[in-house]
Ligand binder design. Structure first.
Ligand code: PEP
Length: 255
C-alpha cells in the first residue's frame, strides 16, 4: 500500500476549548491506537491547546483550519505557522471554499500559505473544488486544474508528497448532496494525472487526495473504495464521535 488512508475532521467554528477536548478524548478512547488510518482533527484555534493535551500519546494528529503566510508581525487577528507548530499541529487546512468565498481568499494567497506551511514542516490540506454553476457549465476539470496549479506554484518535487489535496465540490459541502463515486473518482484521477505531470509518477503516487462534501458513514464505503480516493475531509460528521469513528472504520475497511 503506497498511501495510508487519511480521515481529517474539520470542526469549523464549533466547540469551546473544553467541548473540543472532550470530543478529542472520546476519539482517543475509540480510535487513538488505530494504526491503519491516519486521523487528523482540526479544531478552532482556541481549542488547539486543549485538544493537543487530549490526544497526547495517541496516534491522532492535530491540524488547524487556516493560517497567515508570514511568521509574525502586524497582522491583527491572524495566526502563523510557527505558532501552530508550537502547539504541536502537524497539518493545516488551506484554501477551504468557505475561506475562498466568505473571506475572499485568492489562489495567489493560498499559494503563499501552502509555501509557508511547507517551510515550517506543516502539511497543507489544500482544498480545491468547483461551484455548482461551474459543474453545470462543464468547467469542473478546468477549475480544478487552475486552482491546483496556482496553489502548488513553487512546491518542489521533494515537497509534493507532504501535501494533501482535498477535492471538495462546493455544491456538496454542508448541503447533504454528495458527489457520486464516479463523479469524485473522475476528478481525483484527473488530479493524480496533474500531479504526475508536475512531479512525476513516483511523487504523485504518494500524494493523498481526500474527498470532502457531505461524506457520512452511509456513503463513505463506496467513495473510499475508489482508486484515487485516499480518505476524507469531514465537516458535519466529524462533530460527533460516533459518526467520525464510523468513518475511520470505513476507511480502515477500505484499505
Ligand atoms: C468541509 O467543510 O470540509 C466539509 C466537507 O463539510 P461537510 O462534510 O459538512 O460537507
Amino acid at each position: 500500500m503506497i498511501r495510508k488512508k487519511l480521515i481529517a475532521g474539520n470542526w469549523k467554528m464549533n466547540k469551546t476549548s473544553a467541548d473540543a477536548a472532550s470530543l478529542a478524548h472520546e476519539l482517543v478512547v475509540s480510535v487513538g491506537a488505530q494504526p491503519d488510518v491516519e486521523v487528523v482533527i482540526c479544531p478552532p484555534f482556541t481549542a488547539l491547546e486543549s485538544v493537543a493535551g487530549a490526544i497526547d500519546g495517541s496516534l491522532i494528529k492535530l491540524g488547524a483550519q487556516n493560517m497567515h503566510f508570514e511568521a509574525s508581525g502586524a497582522f491583527t487577528g491572524e495566526v502563523s505557522a510557527p505558532m501552530l507548530r508550537a502547539l504541536f499541529a502537524t497539518h493545516v487546512i488551506l484554501g477551504h471554499s468557505e475561506r475562498r468565498t466568505l473571506f475572499a481568499e485568492t489562489d495567489e494567497l493560498v499559494n503563499k500559505k501552502v509555501l509557508a506551511a511547507l517551510k515550517n514542516q506543516l502539511r497543507p490540506i489544500l482544498c480545491v473544488g468547483e461551484s455548482l454553476a461551474e459543474r453545470e457549465s462543464a468547467s469542473t476539470l478546468r477549475v480544478i486544474q487552475s486552482q491546483a496549479e496556482r496553489a502548488l506554484e513553487g512546491v518542489g518535487k521533494d515537497q509534493a508528497p507532504s501535501v494533501v489535496v482535498a477535492y471538495e465540490p462546493v455544491w456538496a459541502i454542508g448541503t447533504g448532496k454528495v458527489a457520486t463515486a464516479e463523479q469524485a473518482q473522475e476528478v481525483h484521477g484527473f488530479i493524480r494525472g496533474l500531479l504526475t505531470k508536475l512531479y512525476g509518477e513516483a511523487a504523485a503516487q504518494r500524494v493523498r487526495i481526500l474527498y470532502g462534501g457531505s461524506m457520512k458513514p452511509a456513503n463513505a464505503a463506496e467513495l473510499l473504495s475508489q482508486k484515487d480516493i485516499d480518505g476524507g475531509l469531514i465537516g458535519g460528521a466529524s462533530l460527533e464521535a460516533r459518526s467520525f469513528v464510523e468513518l475511520i472504520k470505513a476507511a480502515a475497511a477500505a484499505t
